[in-house]
Design a protein around this ligand. Structure first.
Ligand code: KIV
Length: 262
């Protein structure tokens, strides 16, 4: 999947599936599926490093996750997140982060918000790097937003998100992620934009959907927002396997003869 393939899906009326991934084991599995694109999200900070927000993940850490995923992919489009503050400093520093994440193996980069980012987005795109926008619930602004909450409930906020989406498209973004907004707003934005709008908690009427891998696999038992569907009871399956291993060990049933060297 290339960026032009990804973008053309919208005009062909084909929905896009995107999933997060942070490590080589899962990347190899996803590579052999029908999923369209992989996002190495800064949600890695919460999912893989146990933090409460995405804020403390560094460019170095993101590059390490991107490298691990990239090495294990043969055909999927890989989009990497620019972490908190990595695109809000000097042009030199911002571009050093872009260079590092692209050299780690990203095919495109995602960054949050429109205001204050438009000039940089244009510069990054002019440098040959495709950019994906991210609006609605932008987790890097969690403290300004007052928590991980649905955005765009009031008319003024809805208009701001729509104007931001148009500005990101105008700046050259090839796609936009819309996180946790009312379905009616997501529908309107997807209809107004010619680039694909990928939703998470944004309802049906968008051009594609993204979920956090560990969440949709049901590995995170304490996280079940209403937009999330568990496609696997992952936590129970993993715990059952571990309990089975423990039982086999204490009962002397593992290893068997064929699992031992002669
Ligand atoms: O970091 C992430 O996983 C994301 C998705 C939730 C879109 O940005």
């Amino acid at each position: 999947m290339t960026i032009p393939d990804f973008v053309s899906k919208k005009s062909k009326g084909e929905k896009i599936s995107m999933i997060t991934c942070y490590d080589s084991t899962f990347a190899k599995l996803i590579d052999q599926t029908t999923i369209d694109a992989i996002l190495v999200g800064d949600s890695a900070n919460m999912v893989m490093h146990g933090e409460k927000t995405t804020l403390s993940i560094s460019v170095d850490m993101m590059a390490a996750h991107i490298k691990a995923v990239s090495k294990s992919l043969t055909k999927k489009l890989l989009i990497g997140d620019m972490p908190f503050m990595s695109y809000r400093k000097s042009l030199d520093s911002n571009m050093a982060a872009v260079e590092m994440l692209m050299k780690a193996g990203s095919h495109a980069l995602k960054l949050e918000g429109a205001e204050g980012n438009i000039q940089l987005i244009k510069h990054v795109i002019q440098s040959g790097v495709p950019v994906m926008g991210h609006l609605g619930l932008t987790p890097q602004s969690v403290f300004t937003l007052g928590g991980f909450k649905v955005q765009g409930r009031e008319a003024k906020a809805q208009d701001k998100i729509l104007q931001d989406a148009l500005a990101l498209q105008e700046a050259g973004c090839f796609s936009i992620v819309l996180e946790c907004v009312p379905s009616s707003l997501a529908k309107k934005i997807a209809e107004e934009l010619h680039v694909p709008v990928i939703g998470i908690g944004a309802g049906q009427a968008v051009d594609g959907q993204v979920l956090v891998l560990q969440d949709m696999l049901g590995l995170n038992q304490n996280f079940k927002p209403s937009f999330l569907r568990h496609y696997l009871n992952g936590a129970e399956l993993v715990q059952n396997a571990l309990n089975h291993f423990h039982k086999d060990v204490i009962e002397g049933n593992f290893p068997a003869e064929k699992e031992s060297y002669s």
